[in-house]
Every structure is written in C-alpha cells, then in structure tokens.
Design a protein around this ligand. Sequence first.
Ligand SMILES: N[C@@H](CCC(=O)N[C@@H](CS)C(=O)NCC(=O)O)C(=O)O
Length: 228
Amino acid sequence: MKLYGYFRSSAAYRVRIALHLKGVAVEQIGIHLVKDGGQHRQASYLARNPQGLVPALELDDGTILTQSLAIIEYLDQVFPSPSLIAADPVKAAQVRAVALAIACDIHPLNNLRVLTYLKGTLGRSQEEADAWYRHWILEGLGAVETLIDGERFCFGREPSMADACLIPQVFNARRYKIDIAHLRKIVAVDRHSRLSSPRIPRNSRMRSKSPSPRGRGKPLRSNGRVRG
Ligand SMILES: N[C@@H](CCC(=O)N[C@@H](CS)C(=O)NCC(=O)O)C(=O)O
C-alpha cells in the first residue's frame, strides 16, 4: 500500500496514527502542499484524488481510497486488531461523533485552501486569519472536551479513531500557539497518548519523506514504529 500525504497534514497524520497502532507497513509518498504551487493540485495527483486533498491510500491492486475517516474505517475492517471503532453500537457512534466533530466541523474551516482564500481572495490580514483559526479550534475542541470521557484516551483505556483525530488537531493547535490548557481532558489524553502504551508518536516522528528520484518514500516498519 502507498500513503500519499504531507508531513504537516493533520488528515494524513490521522491515517499514520491508525497504521502505527495497527503495525501496518505502507510506502509513504510526500505530496508537498506548498512546493510547486501545491503538488496536490497537479494533474498526476488529481488523477489519484480529484478533490486535490491528502491523504490518499493506494491499495496493492491500484484501488485508491480517499478521505481519512473512510481510510481508517477500511483499515479497521481489513486489519481488525487493535480495533479503533468499538463493536458496541453506542460506543462506536460516540467514537465516530468525536472523529466527525473534528474532521467535519473543525478541520475544514482551518484548512490551507480556506486560509489562502481568506488572506488572498478576501484580502484578510494574517492577524484576522489567525483569529479565525483560533476561534474555530477553541470552539470545536471545547465541545470535544465535553464529548470524551478522557479516562486515558478519548474513550476508556485504548486508543480509537477519536484519538487518531484528536491528537493531530491538538498538534495543530500547539503549532499555532493556541492556549488549550483549560481543556484538561484533552490535554491529559494528548499527554497520555505520548507517554503511555500504546504510544502515539508526535507528527515530527511520523513524517512522510519527500519523493526520491524514484518517487518513493521510506516505508513504516511492520512493527508499527516509524523509521526516520
Ligand atoms: N476531509 C478530508 C480532508 C483532507 C484535507 O483537507 N487535507 C488537507 C491537508 S490536512 C489538504 O490536502 N489541504 C490542501 C488545501 O487545502 O489546499 C480528509 O479527512 O481526508
């Protein structure tokens, strides 16, 4: 399998977390969202994902899956252990609700193309774009704080698809220096995910490599640890 992603993409990071937890090896191919005017807008990538967004997962038979949550659901069915979506229908709905709250209601408002439109087409300043970013992160994560139990991970003692979405969103909040200290359960889950077993590495340790001349990045090791 090949994962097309970008090291700063929180949507690709969600999938990298799921692969890591399941110990599944993939070849990672970097699609730079800035270089060359955005490699995700080039015809070669649009042929893989007409939405022009990362991630995309290419299966060994050439089938291409898009949308991080759809990819994680696929991985959860094909590699069932450890399960990232509870078998219990109520718990599964709770996990999906947090994942969707982040992936549909927070992240799209702060995506690169939205910020580029705000600053470019609408002529908003960097300060206004930063305020926009901060507003939607704080409002969205504030709701997530009340949705999770935060016992260790979002729900209980094992990571789920909810954590695969939360950790990258926290990473983004920190990257933009947004103070989330008051979101105590979220901060604790983030800390726990970093320190305890099963551990979720920070994004910087899960980077996809830029394409080499042969267009290939380094694969994840099959024990789930990330090389490089
Ligand atoms: N709903 C999609 C979102 C994917 C997405 O927006 N990816 C971002 C990177 S995190 C992207 O490719 N942005 C390109 C752009 O905004 O131009 C998913 O979950 O896979």
